[in-house]
Design a protein around this ligand. Sequence first.
Ligand SMILES: Nc1nc2c(c(=O)[nH]1)N[C@H]1C(S)=C(S)[C@@H](COP(=O)(O)OP(=O)(O)OC[C@H]3O[C@@H](n4cnc5c(=O)[nH]c(N)nc54)[C@H](O)[C@@H]3O)O[C@H]1N2
Ligand SMILES: Nc1nc2c(c(=O)[nH]1)N[C@H]1C(S)=C(S)[C@@H](COP(=O)(O)OP(=O)(O)OC[C@H]3O[C@@H](n4cnc5c(=O)[nH]c(N)nc54)[C@H](O)[C@@H]3O)O[C@H]1N2
Ligand code: SF4
Ligand SMILES: [Mo]
Length: 766
Amino acid sequence: MTDEQTTPWRPTACILCECNCGIEVRLGGPQGRTFDRIRGDKAHPASQGYTCQKALRLDHYQNGPHRLTSPMRRRPDGTYEPVDWDTAIAEVAAGLARVRDTHGGKTIFYYGGGGQGNHLNGAYASATRAALGSKYRSNALAQEKTGEFWVNAKLLGGYTRGDYEHAEVVVFVGKNPWQSHSIPRARPTLKEIARDPNRSMVVLDPRTTETAELADHHLALRPGTDAWCLAALAAVLVQEDLLDRDWLAEHATGLDRLEPLLAAVDIDAYAAICDLDADLIRRTARRIAAASSVAVYEDLGVQMSLHSTLSSYLNKLLWVLTGNFANPGGHYVPTSIVNLAGGGSGGGGGGARAQDGGRDRRSPVAGARIISGLVPCNVIAEEILTDHPDRYRAMIIESANPAHSLADSPRMREAIEALEFTVVIDVAMTETAQLADYVLPAASQFEKWEATFFNFEFPHNYFHLRRPVLEPLPGTLPEPEIHARIVEALGALDALDLAPLAEAARHSRAAFGGRFLQLMGEHPEAAPLLSVILYRTLGPALPDGAASAALLWGAANRVAAQIRPSIERAGFEGEGAELAEALFDAILTHPSGVIFSVDEPADNWARVRTPNGLLNLDNAIMLDALAELAGARPPGGDPEFPLVLSAGERRSFTANTIFRSPEWRRRDRDGALRVSPADADALGLADGDRARITTQRGSAEVLVEISPMMRRGHIALPNGLGVTQTPDAASVGVAPNDLTSSDHRDPIAGTPYHKHVPARLEPISA
Ligand SMILES: Nc1nc2c(c(=O)[nH]1)N[C@H]1C(S)=C(S)[C@@H](COP(=O)(O)OP(=O)(O)OC[C@H]3O[C@@H](n4cnc5c(=O)[nH]c(N)nc54)[C@H](O)[C@@H]3O)O[C@H]1N2
Ligand SMILES: Nc1nc2c(c(=O)[nH]1)N[C@H]1C(S)=C(S)[C@@H](COP(=O)(O)OP(=O)(O)OC[C@H]3O[C@@H](n4cnc5c(=O)[nH]c(N)nc54)[C@H](O)[C@@H]3O)O[C@H]1N2
Ligand code: SF4
Ligand SMILES: [Mo]
């Protein structure tokens, strides 16, 4: 037999976007560590064999000069030296303990905890944070989704998604799923909708994206005017009496306060602000109202633009006012093994409400609203660069690159450098790692047990625990081990005798369960250390070295209690705790993922957590913002910055900063600035020219691509560019956040306006 026939295909998942499509990898190369071939995994419950072109390039993540193979310690001159793990852990624990003992644990800020497909690290980091008394944290969700979480918390007290696969009308608001995906098998699904004469696709995007090309109604609005456009769409529903009044009477409150505001909207005037034909808005609203089911997807085009939280509220009116919740093809509340939007409360989609506990928590220095437990990314630098006594003094940064991905990178770098102590846990010497006191090298996502918590499907929801496809690179460790060692070095487990628990785990899981409850009863103060306790006791008893999965035993017990009927419908059986054991076993033994819950439409209503169990339209802050819109100044009109830069567009070859090699991009290697033909003409720019872009914050030299996708006045740079493969290599392309400002943000959620950066462009004469 040839190697072709004998080398096994190993199931895992793509880690480049939140879809985490199942893939199979075949290893090769001299050390047997190269990803020779990659294909979609047909056994994966959500992706069913689908991948996009990016997954085939994953060897650039797994193998390359960017990989770290030793903990690194910063020398006084700013260079780094390798140190052994014992030294690194001891010094990291001592450095963090020093900050805690001097200034209090609440000055230790945690950032990150998972990228597009690796969420176990954040779950284990919660033990490290607890051991330190760290109170404040954030991650990328707080520069995109927190405005939507806040709106959802008021509207239904949970998270919600639409059934894009089956809805009669699908509306994409500032979302280009052809490139960015975020829904399983995005491209076949989009083509299917476009092909079906009975279904329609609506796209709100200034740009004629690949998705917009397939749309029945493309609302190519002026950038930053979505709030007016969405208000006008909702106003048509009211003014033409297209509301589902019976349904609303039964299922919603607050319509009496909202309706007069929408009745007063001057649709023609709003259409003019958006530079859209009012008739297109009217026809679109009528199509939405006529549909048997509607699903709306909002993403960065509005979440990172002007009036972003208001736009989140208004786009939800399109499906609420037309009665599209808990109906087939409409909106639903997904189950979750671990609830990301709600910060790990598990099951049932508790969402932002559960996290905030009803209180309006604020950040310690800027007093910014904390949503879903997350401090807005845009205030982090100002919470450090101040002499306020409560300022953050230390940071733990894991699986994220905030020195590159947050607004105003130069200021963010200054802030990290101003901290007394910083530790970064990453696979590479990133822009952020290059500022840290210690860098701890993680095993890659293909070298350890990993999982995504981006599980949002309905009625069948799935969970995929991935097995390692190869041994960790020597010198690296999986994050659960790193956190366990830090927690131990801090002495946080000293008062607990874990030996009997570990012994019970070797005996049986039933014995373990009993012992575990006993320990938690005796030591309730140890509950925040739960993940590491499970890892050290149950972990070693799990098959095939799956110690990192120990935490999922706790999660399985929680969801089995919270959503038992959904889990039973997925085919799991067992009295009491046995149901959780059956679920946990299935997770451990299905290397391509498992369907863990099957829902019924009525489950959605049970998961609505508003006080009266109804959808609540009466969000006072949003209603005020809607009323003020009529008199608000539309964007534009600054002669110094006549263009609008969309800083960070998703393209065929972008994937945040997960790939660091420029070679991975088969096209658009430099990440060109897209310019409309009309603007290029006016500026005297030709395709391939170099030009200088300037914003209020910065300036950069760019390569110009004349693109018919762009609307006049709108220019776009891709996300993820401007990184170096190794610190001494040259960076390729523009780092978008060298051009953005942190004070350019939403007044409610603090989310950045990355898609709406006033800019000007000048040719560079050769
Ligand atoms: N290829 C690829 N896919 C990815 C990623 C990646 O890096 N590369 N990243 C993943 C991540 S982390 C995320 S969050 C998602 C993001 O996914 P998307 O939100 O779909 O991505 P973007 O391209 O950033 O923005 C979407 C659209 O917003 C439009 N837009 C710009 N300004 C406006 C405006 O004022 N109004 C409206 N309505 N639209 C506007 C842009 O033209 C763009 O087409 O993608 C995920 N998928
Ligand atoms: N201007 C502008 N800025 C943006 C955006 C934009 O559109 N415009 N988009 C924003 C969005 S939506 C997002 S989601 C963020 C993304 O920005 P970040 O949240 O900062 O994350 P990534 O760029 O995805 O970087 C992930 C990091 O994880 C590391 N990593 C990979 N695998 C592992 C592992 O197994 N363990 C550990 N410990 N580390 C690992 C990678 O090396 C990388 O450093 O960027 C945001 N920034
Ligand atoms: S990038 Fe996203 S859509 Fe493409 S293969 Fe990977 S997970 Fe799937
Ligand atoms: Mo994102």
